[in-house]
Design a binder for this molecule. Structure first.
Ligand SMILES: [Mg+2]
Length: 221
C-alpha cells in the first residue's frame, strides 16, 4: 500500500521547458540591444541547447551564449539576476497537475516535492504554481544539503511524510536522479518521461512510465 507520493519539480510538476521559453522571449525583448547579432527565436533555441534541461548552471549559460552571438558579456550577471528574479512569473504546470494532487490528497495520501536546485529560486516556482497549498512537504537540495540521487535525501523525504520508503511512490523525469535514486532506497517509482529517452548505459527502468499526471492516481490504487 502506498502512503505517500513524492514528486520531482522541474519537468514533472513544472513544465520547465515551456516556462523557460516564455521567460526567455520576454527577457530577450527587454535586453535585445545588448545580446548581439541574433533574433529572438534563435536566441531562445540556443539557450535551451546550452541549458541541457537545466543541467548547466545559468552562470555558465549566459556568458557562453553572449559570446557566441557577440553580445556584451558584461551583461551576463545582469541577465542572471533577472532570470533569478523573474523566471517564476512565467511558471506553467503540466496539464492536470492541481487536479491530480488534489485527488491524491483526497485519498489521504501524504504528498511531497523533492527537488535539486537553489532554495529561493525553487521556492518561488513552488509558490507560483500554488504547490505550497497542494503538498505537505518540500525538500530542496540547497536547503537540505543533499542532492538526488543521494539516498539520504529520499530517506529524509519518507521520514518527513512519516512513512517507510516501501510505502512511497516517487514520480520524476530524470532516470538516474529520480527513478533509480528512489528505487535504490526501496521506493516504488514512475518515470514521467515526456520527450526524454532512457539512457542506454543506465540500469533499466524499474517501474512504469507515465505521460500524464492523472496516471499517478491509477498507480496508488
Ligand atoms: Mg526534473
Amino acid at each position: 500500500m502506498i502512503n505517500a507520493v513524492l514528486f520531482d519539480l522541474d519537468e514533472t510538476l513544472l513544465n520547465r521547458t515551456n516556462s523557460l521559453k516564455a521567460f526567455l522571449r520576454d527577457q530577450f525583448e527587454r535586453y535585445a540591444e545588448h545580446l548581439g547579432d541574433v533574433q529572438r527565436d534563435e536566441w531562445c533555441a540556443r539557450f535551451l541547447v546550452l541549458d541541457r534541461r537545466g543541467q548547466v548552471h545559468k552562470s555558465v549559460v549566459y556568458p557562453a551564449i553572449l559570446s557566441e552571438f557577440g553580445g556584451r558579456t558584461a551583461f551576463a550577471e545582469a541577465l542572471l539576476a533577472d532570470y533569478r528574479a523573474r523566471c517564476s512569473r512565467f511558471a506553467q504546470p503540466f496539464d492536470g497537475m492541481a487536479e491530480a494532487l488534489t485527488a491524491l490528497r483526497a485519498r489521504g495520501l501524504s504528498l511531497g516535492i523533492v527537488t535539486n536546485g537553489e532554495t529561493a529560486f525553487q521556492s518561488r516556482h513552488i509558490e507560483a504554481l500554488e504547490l505550497d497549498r497542494l503538498v505537505d512537504a518540500v525538500l530542496i537540495s540547497e536547503r537540505e544539503g543533499l542532492r538526488k540521487p543521494d539516498a539520504a535525501l529520499f530517506l529524509r523525504a519518507a521520514n518527513v511524510c512519516q512513512t517507510e520508503t516501501s510505502r512511497c511512490l516517487f514520480v520524476g523525469d530524470n532516470p538516474v536522479a529520480d527513478v533509480l535514486g528512489a528505487h535504490a532506497v526501496g521506493m516504488k517509482t514512475a518515470w514521467f518521461r515526456g520527450s526524454a529517452h532512457w539512457p542506454e548505459d543506465a540500469a533499466s527502468n524499474p517501474g512504469p512510465s507515465i505521460d500524464h499526471l492523472s496516471e499517478v492516481l491509477r498507480l496508488v490504487k
